[in-house]
Design a protein around this ligand. Structure first.
Ligand SMILES: [Zn+2]
Length: 281
């Protein structure tokens, strides 16, 4: 098939996902999030239109470093993780998504990059069992190492399925955050060769999304910077995970999270080798 034709078909599928009003065959969608709240921030306005939605959370949202937990009044990592799970279920409950529709990979917040091989295999297994038509995933953008690990896992899982002769689902990205000079860019994508589609939320959709966001009581300080007026999606571009997502300092390199871009790429290189998919993504 001609490259342009493939691109048109992919864009058409993304439009099908985004535009509920012209959605005769509501596709089944698997949403991959690194942390409880990523999914609502990036795509919460779409959830009530998806007839068959499943969610995978790569981490439990609670880092080993307890400073976030303490500042929210929790004494243990477990307590903080449980609170974040409860917030997620409350937010998704507003659009009638049940806890049984959420799968937990169970990695520790900030540590997903150390488990790229098992994460990729786990995601491949989940996709194989659920057979979604669309997988909604985070982008590779250096915002948070867990986000990049989730993007890696989603792409690697698709390549693993291809090796088994299984046609992978369409990977569609939702937005999060990344470094743009000295600022944090939110709800945007780094430039790539795939077109993004912006969905303007109606007044009713914005109110609903606001209520969903408000369920994440422990994250309110951070979540206020994300706009509620629109959501952006695009077919996931092909990434070279051994290269930096952009020039200059990555957003997560501003924090003491024990991860640099260089270290992340070395973990990614090792994982690609172990998975036998070097040069395929
Ligand atoms: Zn996140």
């Amino acid at each position: 098939m001609h490259r342009l034709e493939i691109r048109n078909i992919m864009t058409e599928l993304v439009i099908r996902f985004c535009t509920h009003s012209v959605n005769p065959a509501n596709p089944s969608v698997l949403i991959i999030a690194a942390h409880p709240d990523d999914e609502v921030i990036g795509a919460g306005g779409r959830f009530k239109y998806i007839k068959k939605a499943s969610f995978v959370h790569v981490t439990d949202g609670a880092p080993k470093n307890l400073s976030d937990a303490y500042s929210c009044g929790f004494k243990t990592r477990k307590g903080y993780a449980q609170a974040r799970k409860k917030e997620l279920h409350s937010a998704l409950g507003l659009v009638n998504i049940r806890p049984e529709q959420c799968i937990e990979v169970g990695l520790v917040d900030q540590e997903a990059s150390f488990d790229l091989v098992s994460l990729s295999n786990t995601l491949a297994g989940i996709i194989k069992s659920l057979r979604p038509e669309i997988v909604l995933t985070l982008a590779y953008e250096g915002g948070h190492p867990d986000h990049d690990a989730s993007a890696f896992g989603a792409h690697a899982a698709c390549r693993l399925l291809e090796l088994e002769g299984i046609v992978p689902p369409l990977l569609v990205e939702y937005t999060s955050y990344f470094s743009s000079g000295a600022k944090m860019a939110v709800s945007e994508f780094l430039p790539h060769n795939t077109e993004s589609i912006s969905v303007v939320l109606s007044e009713e959709e914005r109110l609903l999304k606001r209520r969903m966001v408000e369920c994440f009581s422990t994250q309110q300080k951070i979540l206020g910077v994300f706009p509620l007026e629109f959501e952006k999606f695009r077919p996931a571009p092909l990434y070279d995970f051994t290269m930096p997502p952009h020039a200059g300092r990555l957003f997560y390199e501003n924090f003491e999270w024990g991860m640099t871009g260089e270290r992340w790429r070395s973990l990614s290189q090792e994982a690609l080798h172990s998975l036998g998919i070097e040069g395929m993504i």
